[in-house]
Each structure stands twice: as structure tokens, then as C-alpha cells.
Design a protein around this ligand. Structure first.
Ligand SMILES: [Zn+2]
Ligand SMILES: [Zn+2]
Length: 154
């Protein structure tokens, strides 16, 4: 049985299958818009990097404790909202400004002629304030105004 993606589980070393978990570091901003008159929260992910892959939820659970220690987190899975406490120091994080978010995503890869990744589960794991981890500036090559900017290099 051939797996369409050639990656191994960070925990057990098995090749990850078509359904796998990924631990991602993101830079994102929350905003709001209205849909049918109801306010809805929108999430703009400007940067997304997959740090680790896991073959299963069980392997993610094993590594989770290590990540909590490595990131020095005091809490995980923050509540939804525009202001949420930093998962390391507890300071409020204004999520309408770019911030660092760690998320766990479950993806199912389907072979439909081309490989398509379906996100089947996506949850915030930790949100950090700028003092704990500042989001680096993200360059967006597609933004037109970038060419109008004049850069002065010392
Ligand atoms: Zn595994
Ligand atoms: Zn903090």
C-alpha cells in the first residue's frame, strides 16, 4: 500500500497515512464581518508552517506534553475571542493584530487525480503574546503596493 505523502510520524517513525495530524506554527489576525446580519469572526492566516507530523491522534498526544514543556506553556486551547490570555504569561493578546498561534490540524489527503488535502479538524493549541513570541514581518510578494515602497538601506 503506497502512501501519497512521503513523511514519517515524528513520534513513532511510521510513514503518515492519508489522514494525519500536523502541528503548525501560524501568524494570523482575527477580524470580523457580517453574514446574514450576524457578526462572524474571520481568521486571516498570513503564515503557516508545519512543524511536526503525526500518524495519529495518539502520537500527537504523546508529543503534546513535550511541546507544552518546550514552549513553556501554562495553558493550552485558548477560548475563542478577540482578546485571549497568552498561553505562557497570561497577558491579554489582542488578536486583531498579527500574533503567533500554534495549532493542531487533522488532514485527510484524497487522491482525486490530483492530491487534495481536506482539513477535517483544526484547533488552536496556544496563542502567544508579542513579549513571549513576536510575529516576524511577513512579506507578501503579491501585494502591489510593495513595489511602490522605497527601501533605504544603510
Ligand atoms: Zn505515530
Ligand atoms: Zn506572553
Amino acid at each position: 500500500m503506497h502512501s501519497p505523502i512521503h513523511a514519517r510520524c515524528h513520534v513513532c517513525g511510521q510513514p503518515v497515512g492519508t489522514t494525519h495530524h500536523s502541528f503548525d506554527r501560524r501568524i494570523e489576525t482575527l477580524g470580523s464581518s457580517r453574514r446574514d446580519g450576524e457578526p462572524v469572526t474571520t481568521c486571516n492566516i498570513v503564515f503557516d508552517e508545519s512543524l511536526y507530523l503525526y500518524c495519529s491522534e495518539a502520537c500527537w498526544d504523546v508529543h503534546q506534553a513535550e511541546i507544552v514543556r518546550a514552549l513553556a506553556l501554562t495553558q493550552t486551547y485558548p477560548a475563542q475571542g478577540f482578546v485571549t490570555p497568552c498561553c505562557r504569561c497570561g497577558k491579554p493578546v489582542d488578536r486583531t493584530e498579527p500574533y503567533v498561534d500554534y495549532s493542531v490540524t487533522a488532514t485527510r489527503i484524497a487522491d482525486e487525480g490530483i492530491l487534495v488535502g481536506y482539513c477535517v479538524d483544526d484547533r488552536d493549541f496556544a496563542v502567544l503574546c508579542h513579549d513571549c513570541e513576536a510575529p516576524e514581518p511577513v512579506l507578501d510578494e503579491d501585494v502591489d503596493y510593495a513595489s511602490d515602497r522605497t527601501e533605504t538601506t544603510p
